[in-house]
Design a protein around this ligand. Structure first.
Ligand code: ADP
Ligand code: MG
Length: 376
């Protein structure tokens, strides 16, 4: 049975690798919590249907609504199971592809657990960097890699640099470089050489996130947390250089906020959260319809992700769900959104070749060759 499971994993691994530019959707369901168990909540998710990426939701005890994703994780699947499937996507940033991995879902469904994880149970973010260093090391006879990270938060349509050591007085804005890529001038890009440094950087980002908010949980459910890994790769054999980035995003909770009780500052906040998530939905729809205009600029979130979402990049979405009957409405709405995302068809992903660097490296290689020849 084990080898069958391995074969299945291997097949999916190959599929993901082949799927250059395709959008993948993995569904992950958390276990029922202690509170849910003690208050008699029941499970509406049929995991038996989880075979082959199918999932059944019991909508009124008997009627079942089916969904299909590229992978479905039951509460028994752990962080390793999840990362095994995500790792090919992750590695492709070293090959010069832009990648975006994001966790979507209602608050409390495990977005942060999947992306950040805990110190004992590390999530996709940490494992990604671990994998990148490992693969970079394995390739070190041919490639050199430069890896740096930024940690940002988008809250109320404002970008905050979570690695900034002193408060930034100027508003952070997104700019487009002449070659077309998007960046935020002035943010900290921390160069990381090993996984120890990464952990320090991640802790700093995590701590900064809670500063200035009186309710940490509430704040994190209303803001988007983004980790950007920037990779510059140089192939020492042929001089090819690439410059690509991988976004790892823990989105704000997708739940609809109750219209009552929200006024003033809270109303503005609610509208802004809805704005970026609905902008994400609009981008998804435009991509799905192959529309000539993709409205990335309608929110800070989609504008930031523009290079890595759709187009010639690779996208992986985790749709996080709760198993509880209490959350049925939100679960269905998240699964419907994820189904729309999965329906997007993209052309092949494109390597982000850095032509200016390529020129420099070619000259350098030529010089090295001439020197070697003159020594002969
Ligand atoms: P979100 O970020 O979506 O609001 P969290 O990641 O904070 O949700 O998860 C809510 C709670 O559920 C946390 O206590 C977390 O540890 C737990 N949890 C989430 N997913 C899992 C899982 N797959 N296995 C075990 N516990 C989980
Ligand atoms: Mg969270």
């Amino acid at each position: 049975k084990y080898s069958e499971e391995q074969a299945k994993r291997k097949k999916l691994f190959n599929e993901v690798q082949e799927a250059k530019g395709n959008i993948r959707v993995f569904c992950r369901c958390r276990p029922l919590s202690k509170v849910e168990l003690s208050t008699g909540c029941t499970t509406v998710v049929d995991f038996d249907a989880g075979k082959d990426g199918c999932l059944g939701i019991l909508t009124n005890g008997t009627t079942k609504k089916s969904f299909r994703f590229d992978r479905v994780y039951t509460p028994k699947d752990d962080q390793v199971d999840v990362f095994v499937d995500a790792s090919p996507m992750v590695i492709s940033v070293l090959d010069g592809y832009n990648v975006c991995i994001f966790a979507y879902g209602q608050t409390g469904t495990g977005k942060t657990f999947t992306m950040e994880g805990t110190e004992q149970n590390r999530g996709v973010n940490y494992r990604t960097l671990e994998q990148l260093f490992k693969t970079a090391n394995e390739r070190s006879d041919t490639f050199t890699y430069d890896i740096s990270v930024s940690v940002l938060e988008v809250y109320n349509e404002q970008i905050r640099d979570l690695l900034a050591t002193s408060p930034v007085s100027k508003k952070l804005e997104i700019k487009q470089a002449s070659e077309g890529s998007h960046h935020v001038p002035g943010i900290v890009e921390a160069k990381v050489e090993n996984i120890k440094e990464v952990w320090t950087v991640m802790q700093a980002g995590s701590n900064a996130r809670s500063i200035g908010s009186n309710n940490v949980n509430e704040h994190s459910s209303r803001s988007h947390c983004l980790l950007c890994i920037m990779v510059r790769a140089k192939n020492m054999m042929n001089g090819e250089c690439t410059k690509s980035k991988l976004w790892l995003v823990d989105l704000a909770g997708s739940e609809r906020l109750a219209k009552t009780d929200v006024q003033g500052e809270r109303l503005k906040e609610a509208q802004n959260i809805n704005r970026s998530l609905s902008a994400l939905g609009d981008v998804v729809s435009a991509l799905a319809n192959k529309s000539s205009h993709i409205p990335y600029r309608n929110s800070k979130l989609t504008h930031l992700l523009q290079d890595s979402l759709g187009g010639d990049s690779k996208t992986l979405m985790f749709v996080q769900i709760s198993p509880s009957d209490q959350d049925l409405g939100e679960t269905i709405s998240s699964l419907n959104f994820a189904t729309r995302v999965r329906g997007i068809e993209l052309g092949p992903a494109k390597k982000q070749v850095d032509t200016s660097e390529l020129q420099k490296t070619k000259l350098m290689l030529e010089k090295a060759r001439q020197e070697a020849r003159s020594k002969d």
